[in-house]
Design a protein around this ligand. Structure first.
Ligand code: NAD
Ligand code: USQ
Length: 428
C-alpha cells in the first residue's frame, strides 16, 4: 500500500514510518522539521541523540533495503501539500503533523493561535487536497483521548446513544477538552466528520492516549535510527518524565493530588494500531473513531510504579506533589472504552516492570544529556501569558530545499525536488 506519513520526523511518526516500511508498504514522509525548532525555542533537547532525517533515511535504506520518500514542507501551505498528494498518490494518509503539546499551546496567545492555526489549517488543507486529488484515499488522523475530557460517565468510542424527550439518536460523544491544543483536535474531528458527510471521504480518527517508550523493533536496528524521547516540562509526557527524573534523582513531579487518570499505550502499539487502521479502511463517507490506548493509570499509580522499579535498580526515588499548573480534575471517575482495535487484532504490550526497567536504563544511558532545569512546570493554565522562553527572537525561517532521491519499495524511481517554507513557531 502507498502510505504517506505526515509528521514522519516526529516521535510517533518516525516509529510508524519505519514499521510500515518494514512491512513492505511504500512509505513517504512529509515534515517541515518544525518540531526540532520548538526544541531550540524552548532550550530543550530530546534525551536521545536523534540524527537529521536525511541521515536516518540513509541508514534505514542500508539496514532494511527499503527507501522512504521524503517531502519537506509545511502542510498548512496548500500548494506544497496538494502537489505532494498528486505526486505520491497515497492510498492511505497517516496524519501526525500537528503541534501536540498542551503546555506549549497554553504559554500565551501567540502559542495558542499558532497551535490552532497549524493544526486546524493543516488538517483542512489535507481534506481539500484529498477531495480534489485523491478522494478514495483513507485518512488516518491522530486525535486524542483528551478530546473527551474527564466526564463523570463512561467514555464511548466516538459516539453515544442518547434518548431525549422520547426520541433517540446516535451522536458524537460530548467533548470537554482541557487545553487549546486539545481543542484543536476537537475542531479537526468536526471538520473531518463534516467532509466525510458532504464529500464522501473516508476517515479514521485515532483518539490516542499518552504514549510511552521509545524502542520499536526497527528503531533498535541501529543507533542512528533512535527515536526522540522528550522529558522537558513542555513536550515531555508524564511517564517518560518520571523515568528521567528517577534516573537523575530529582523528585517525581506529580501535579496536584495525582488522581488524574488517562489512557496510556506503548509506542509499539501505536505503530500496530496505525497498521490495523490501514488494513481495515473506513467505508466511503464513514467517519470512524477508535479509542487508541491499552491501559489506564492515574499519575500517582505511575509514580508508585517508577518508585518500585527505581528501588530495584538501586535508585532512590522521591515523589513530590506540586501545585497543579493545569486546570484539570485531580481526582475523578474515568472509564473509557477501547475495544475496537482489540477486535481488529491488536495484542497490547502492557506496562510491566521489565519495560519500566528498560525505560529507566535508557534514561541512565543518556543521563549526561539530561538538563535538570527542565523538570519544574513553567506554564500555568491560569495565566494568559507565561514566560516559558517566550521572549526568544523570532527570525523568519529560510525556505528549505531538499532533494529526495532513491527507489521506493515498489521499484518506482523517485528523484524529486521538494521545496517548502518552514514557518517559525508561534509567528502569528
Ligand atoms: P511530534 O511533535 O514528535 O511529531 C509531530 C511531527 O509533525 C514533527 O516532526 C513536526 O515537525 C511535524 N509537523 C508539525 N506541524 C507540521 C506542519 N505544519 N507541517 C509539516 N510537519 C509538521 O509529535 P508526536 O508525539 O509524534 O505526536 C504525533 C501526533 O499524535 C500528534 O497529532 C499528536 O497530537 C498525537 N498524539 C500524540 C501522543 C503522544 O503521547 N505523543 C498522544 C496522543 C496523540
Ligand atoms: N503530569 C504530572 N506531572 C508531570 C507531567 C504531567 O502530574 O510532570 C500530569 C498532567 O497534569 C496530566 C497528566 O499527567 O494530568 C498527563 O499529562 P502529559 O503531559 O503526560 O500528557 P498530555 O498533556 O495529556 O498530552 C499527551 C500528549 C498529547 C496527547 C495526550 C493524550 O502530549 O499529544 O494528545 O497525551 S491524552 O492525555 O489522552 O489527551
Amino acid at each position: 500500500m502507498r502510505i504517506a506519513v505526515l509528521g514522519g520526523d516526529g516521535y510517533c511518526g518516525w516509529a510508524t514510518a519505519l514499521y510500515l516500511s518494514a512491512k513492505g508498504h511504500s512509505v513517504a514522509i512529509v515534515d517541515n522539521f518544525v518540531r526540532r525548532q520548538w526544541d531550540y525555542e524552548l532550550g530543550a533537547q530530546t534525551l536521545t541523540p536523534i540524527r537529521p532525517l536525511a541521515q536516518r533515511l540513509k541508514v534505514w535504506r542500508k539496514v532494511s533495503g527499503n527507501a522512504i520518500e521524503l517531502f519537506v514542507g509545511d502542510v498548512t501551505e496548500y500548494d506544497f501539500l496538494s502537489s505532494t498528494i498528486q505526486s505520491f498518490e497515497p492510498e492511505a494518509i497517516v496524519h501526525f503533523a500537528e503541534q501536540r503539546s498542551a503546555p506549549y499551546s497554553m504559554i500565551d496567545r501567540k502559542h495558542a493561535v499558532f497551535t490552532q492555526v497549524n493544526n486546524v489549517v493543516g488538517t483542512l488543507n489535507l481534506l481539500f487536497a484529498m477531495r480534489e486529488f485523491q478522494p478514495d484515499c483513507h485518512l488516518i488522523k491522530l486525535g486524542t483521548m483528551g478530546e473527551y475530557g474527564t466526564p463523570n460517565i463512561d467514555i464511548e468510542e466516538g459516539y453515544i446513544t442518547i434518548e431525549h424527550n422520547g426520541r433517540k439518536d446516535v451522536l458524537p460523544f460530548p467533548k470537554q477538552p482541557g487545553s487549546f491544543y486539545h481543542l484543536s483536535k476537537v475542531h479537526d474531528s468536526h471538520n473531518i466528520m463534516f467532509t466525510c458527510k458532504i464529500w464522501g471521504l473516508r476517515a479514521t480518527d485515532l483518539n490516542q492516549g499518552v504514549v510511552y517508550g521509545t524502542m520499536t523493533d526497527e528503531v533498535a536496528l541501529d543507533e542512528a535510527l533512535i527515536n526522540r524521547f522528550d522529558y522537558d516540562d513542555v513536550f515531555g509526557t508524564v511517564l517518560n518524565r518520571f523515568c528521567v527524573q528517577a534516573a537523575i534523582g530529582t523528585p517525581l513531579t506529580v501535579y496536584g493530588k495525582g488522581g488524574q487518570t488517562r489512557g496510556f499505550l506503548d509506542i509499539r502499539d501505536t505503530v500496530r494500531c496505525v497498521e490495523i487502521a490501514c488494513q481495515n479502511p473506513a467505508a466511503r463517507g464513514e467517519f470512524r473513531v477508535f479509542n487508541q490506548f491499552t491501559e489506564q493509570f492515574s499519575v500517582l499509580d505511575l509514580a508508585r510504579m517508577v518508585e518500585t522499579a527505581g528501588d530495584k535498580l538501586g535508585l532512590s526515588v522521591q515523589v513530590e506533589h506540586l501545585p497543579d499548573p493545569r486546570v484539570e480534575a485531580e481526582q475523578h471517575y474515568y472509564n473509557a472504552k477501547h475495544s475496537k482495535l482489540i477486535e481488529l487484532g491488536l495484542k497490547p504490550h502492557l506496562l510491566s516492570d521489565s519495560l519500566l526497567d528498560s525505560l529507566m536504563n535508557i534514561a541512565l544511558k543518556y543521563r549526561d544529556r539530561i538538563d535538570a532545569s527542565m523538570m519544574l512546570p513553567q506554564v500555568n493554565w491560569r495565566q494568559p501569558r507565561n514566560e516559558r522562553r517566550s521572549r526568544t527572537a523570532e527570525p523568519t525561517a529560510p525556505a528549505l530545499e531538499v532533494v529526495a532521491a532513491g527507489k521506493n519499495n515498489g521499484g518506482r524511481s523517485v528523484a524529486r525536488k521538494v521545496t517548502g517554507k518552514v514557518r517559525q513557531a508561534a509567528s502569528h
